[in-house]
Design a protein around this ligand. Structure first.
Ligand code: F0G
Length: 459
């Protein structure tokens, strides 16, 4: 198209109100929420960029499918449709429906894990790591070296470090590796894509040492976009064919359908190996539900089956990736440090670099998240020392490696004017940069503190 405006490839049929508020009102809301955006109420938020998970707008086709949902306990036609769709996409013969991604993780890693086992990933997402560690096993991240350089424009910073992979296998012994997990795109690593070449290399190493190769595929359509446009040899394949090619290499696929299946709830586990599928099916029936619905209603399964097809539409994917990059590139031009290139589902702002005057123990990311809410009603999430910081024996903070704030973009929800508003709010954030003084934690739980911790603003 010769035009630079990225128009949303949909018309709006049903709308949800956004409640406007003043800076003073938002200061009160944030105080009541103890300066933790997770504790805000959704109607207090103007633009909600907390997550892209389960926040998609469904299409009229998906809503129509919801009316068709077959709620039979066993053998529902909605299950047949979903199973057929996942089978066609992944090529896996055994499909287990779960209520969301982490339920599939609990089943698979609960079975494969246990004390003495090691799992290796480009980067484990936090629920993936939690499920592995809960089983008693160890989770090790080995992102490629390009991922450490925020400025480099290497297009596949989500790749795994293949040299480190072989080294770890030799150190721990192949028999002790529970699985190798490739997360596409790499959410915790900045939403960066993984190349087909890297997936092929990971697959070859897994075959060589007879280790299970798992794909965490919740954003695989977005990943396919980058392969088609930035990796040689894939120009003539469709996005879906590229995803199918990547799926064909995996022994197991774990999916949170709350992302690229464009659904508000759902997930699945897809497996190639019969004994593994039998063991996981037992756990599915005990903890999720019968094999033809698992953790889902018939209507969920319809929405998911339709969403899994819609997400590969070229018009949708073009809009999705370009509109996220539109936000990220504007912020970069304004001098806001962002992880570059911009990933598919979110823009990650480097708050540590932006607020150079705020040290890690005063939580620059949390400060930025609070300023974004007060100045513009924008809700985001800190991914830094609040989320990943630990304490040493003396109670001193061991900071996270990066102090980031994630602006995750819900799918098909906001228009360009909403995003232009976010960019304008960042104009104020830049102008008032020196006013931010940092935060102090006043109360925190022992695990996953970012969800419920209380804070105070430093004067
Ligand atoms: N894997 C990845 C890469 C994820 O990003 C998520 C969820 C999960 C697994 C777990 O799936 O939420 O359905 O249980 N990510 C959300 C986020 C929560 O905000 O990035 P789930």
């Amino acid at each position: 198209m010769p035009f630079k405006t990225i128009i949303e490839p949909f018309r709006i049929k049903s709308v949800e109100p956004i409640y406007m508020s003043t800076i003073e009102e938002r200061m009160d809301y944030l105080k009541e929420a103890h300066y933790n955006p997770f504790l805000l109420r959704s109607h207090q938020v103007i633009i909600d960029l907390l997550t892209d998970s389960g926040t998609s707008a469904m299409s009229s086709e998906q809503w129509a499918g919801i009316m068709r949902g077959d709620e039979s306990y066993a053998g529902a036609s909605s299950w047949e449709r979903l199973e057929h769709e996942i089978h066609d996409l992944t090529g896996c013969p055994y499909i287990l429906p779960t209520h969301q991604g982490r339920a599939a993780e609990r089943i698979l890693y609960g079975h494969l894990g246990g004390k003495g086992k090691v799992f290796i990933s480009n980067t484990h997402f936090d629920t993936t790591r939690a499920n592995i560690e809960f089983s008693g096993a160890e989770a090790i991240d080995i992102p490629c070296h390009q991922a450490k350089d925020n400025e480099s424009d290497f297009p596949f910073k989500g790749n795994m470090d293949i040299g480190a992979l072989e080294q770890l296998i030799l150190t721990h012994g192949a028999a002790n590796i529970g699985a190798v997990i490739l997360t596409v795109t790499n959410n915790s690593g900045g939403g960066q894509p993984v190349s087909m070449e890297n997936a092929t290399e990971v697959c070859a190493v897994c075959l060589k040492y007879r280790i299970l190769f798992v794909l965490d595929c919740c954003r695989i359509a977005e990943n396919s976009y980058y392969i088609k446009h930035f990796e040689k040899g894939y120009e003539h394949y469709t996005y879906r064919e590229i995803a199918q090619q990547m799926f064909a290499m995996a022994d197991a696929c774990v999916m949170s359908a709350k992302k690229d299946a464009l659904a508000n709830m759902g997930g699945f586990l897809a497996l190639r190996n019969e004994p593994l599928a039998a063991a996981c099916t037992n756990l599915l029936i005990i903890t999720e539900g019968f094999v033809t619905y698992g953790g889902l209603t018939g209507r969920d399964m319809e929405a998911l089956a339709i969403g899994l097809r819609e997400v590969f539409d070229p018009g949708y994917l073009n809009y999705r990736i370009k509109s996220t990059a539109y936000l990220g590139n504007h912020l970069k031009e304004m001098g806001v440090p962002v992880i570059y290139p911009i990933g598919g589902h979110a823009v990650y702002v480097n708050a540590g670099e932006f607020y150079k005057h705020i040290p890690a123990h005063k939580y620059p990311g949390q400060s930025l998240a609070c300023s974004l809410f007060v100045l513009g009603g924008i809700r985001t999430v800190e991914i830094g020392s609040v989320m990943f910081g630990k304490y040493d024996d003396q109670g001193k903070l061991i900071p996270a490696t990066k102090e980031l704030v994630r602006l995750a973009i819900p799918r098909r929800v906001y228009t360009q004017s909403h995003i232009d508003y976010v960019i304008e709010v960042f104009g104020l954030i830049v102008a008032e940069k020196e006013k931010a003084k940092g935060m102090r934690i006043t109360k925190e739980p022992p695990f996953l503190r970012h969800f419920t911790a209380h804070f105070e603003m430093l004067e």
